[in-house]
Design a protein around this ligand. Structure first.
Ligand SMILES: [Zn+2]
Length: 157
């Protein structure tokens, strides 16, 4: 069976919130892709309700692309403690931490009309959104800061 990088991470040893590289791939033509673990909450201690993480998903889809080129996808983890982001190239953890901090600052300032794709035809569960919840979790993460090391708190100033 394939070995999956994220299942080899010691989820009890990490100190959220943090950003870490969870994978890197090089295609046949030499193009590089990176996968980032963008962890908001401490695994097995806390998790976001689906409404909050769902609205964050919609906001992050737009805001990460405002600050970072080559974003392919940013999607919620099933455990609801954070997101995986896949991008072209090899941005540094420091760059991604800076970007995600700006993104969450924008989330805190967002109005409901800034959340894209919330109509029935645009979303798979349009009833399950909470901008208030998204903003409360964004504020919590900003107050702690994203560490650039998953195991030791190293927050950029
Ligand atoms: Zn949706």
């Amino acid at each position: 069976m394939a070995k999956v990088e994220s299942f080899t991470l010691d989820h009890d040893a990490v100190k959220a919130p943090y950003i870490r590289v969870a994978g890197a791939e090089t295609g046949q033509l030499g193009d590089k892709l990176s996968k980032f673990d963008v962890r908001f909450l401490q695994p097995n201690e806390d998790s976001m309700p689906t409404s909050a993480i769902h609205t964050l998903e919609h906001l992050l889809a737009a805001y990460t692309r405002d600050y970072l080129d080559g974003v392919i996808d940013i999607s919620p983890m099933g455990c609801r403690t954070g997101f995986y982001m896949i991008v072209w190239g090899t941005p540094s953890v420091e760059e991604v931490a800076t970007v995600m901090t700006k993104v969450l600052e924008d989330v805190v300032k967002a109005e409901w009309t800034d959340v894209q794709g919330t109509e029935r035809g645009e979303c798979g569960n349009f009833r399950d959104h909470s901008l208030w919840g998204a903003q409360e979790y964004a504020k919590d993460v900003l107050a702690k800061g994203f560490s650039v090391d998953p195991f030791e708190r190293k927050v950029l100033k």
